[in-house]
Ligand binder design. Structure first.
Ligand code: SAM
Length: 270
């Protein structure tokens, strides 16, 4: 990768400017992208899917790593020629033009695979939910989010950011913030700071049907987060549901831990 032109030169040579509608904020410093890849690995020959490679800064670092295969999913067709320049013909790099919300990952890779991405802010949360609750589960995920979203993913009970996203993410995975990046690290800089979250899906991930019930319970409980559960969960069974789950009906959603929400989901009749 060292004999390639710089990312900035590559963007200029292809006449490419960032598009706001695609959430494009590029990482052009390879020291930063290499650090993210170090935090994500080792991959030990497993495949890596990268969503939204854009000009390929993270892709270059992934190609330098021990990933067995690097599969790119990019919605903006303008980047395909530039990304093909990273292909050494070995068959290790695959470029897929498409919307990551719609692709079926199981058709792109075989066996356990990592996800490593600097996600577009507008679809970061739906993509995370897709990967944590969908039929296809990654081996591990290392994803850049806007800082506020990253904090909502790892928040603990009693913290302001604790809500539906924290419960769903932590019921399905172990999640921690591994890196913070200021807006100035991106070209063009976004309005907010960013953070990289590393997630390892749990081996005992709840089944899809139970996850649906967990989503119903958290939607009702956090929809009225300042109310007691006996009231916010009334449409789902209120105090009786809480009693069946062994959760204090006078508690508020923001103080109930993830195992408490799991018990409520299990107690909820489907
Ligand atoms: N990975 C590059 C980097 O770090 O410089 C670019 C990151 S930029 C924040 C997000 C990228 O995701 C853009 O290249 C954008 O075109 C792409 N993108 C936006 N929405 C997408 C979607 N639904 N599916 C796949 N790629 C998408």
């Amino acid at each position: 990768m060292t004999d390639l032109p710089s990312l900035r030169e590559t963007l200029d040579a292809h006449g490419l400017l960032a598009r706001k509608s695609f959430g494009q904020h590029f990482l052009l410093d390879l020291n930063v992208t290499r650090k993210i890849v170090r935090l994500a690995g080792p991959f030990e020959g497993r495949p890596v899917i990268e969503v939204g490679p854009g000009p390929g800064g993270l892709t270059r670092a992934l190609l330098e790593s021990d990933a067995g295969q690097v599969v790119l999913v990019e919605k903006d067709a303008r980047f395909a020629p530039l990304l093909s320049e990273l292909d050494d013909g070995s068959g290790r790099l695959t470029i897929v033009e498409g919307d990551a919300l719609k692709v079926r990952e199981a058709e792109l890779v075989q066996g356990p695979a990592h996800l490593v991405s600097n996600l577009p802010y507008n679809v970061g949360t739906p993509l995370l939910i897709k990967w944590l609750t969908g039929p296809w589960t990654p081996h591990a995920l290392t994803l850049m989010f806007q800082k506020e979203v990253a904090e909502r993913i790892v928040a603990r009970p009693g913290e302001d950011d604790y809500g539906r996203l924290a419960v769903i993410a932590q019921a399905t995975a172990q999640a921690r913030i591994v890196m913070h990046l200021p807006a100035a690290a991106f070209t063009p800089p976004p309005k907010v700071a960013s953070a990289v979250v590393h997630l390892i899906p749990r081996a005992d991930r709840p089944a899809p049907e139970l996850l649906k019930r967990l989503e119903r319970v958290t939607a009702a409980a956090f929809g009225q987060r300042r109310k007691m559960l006996r009231s916010s969960l009334k449409p789902l069974g209120g105090a009786a549901l809480c009693e069946a789950a062994g959760v204090d009906a006078d508690a508020r959603a923001e103080t109930v831990d993830v195992p408490g929400f799991m018990r409520l989901a299990r107690a909820l009749k489907s």
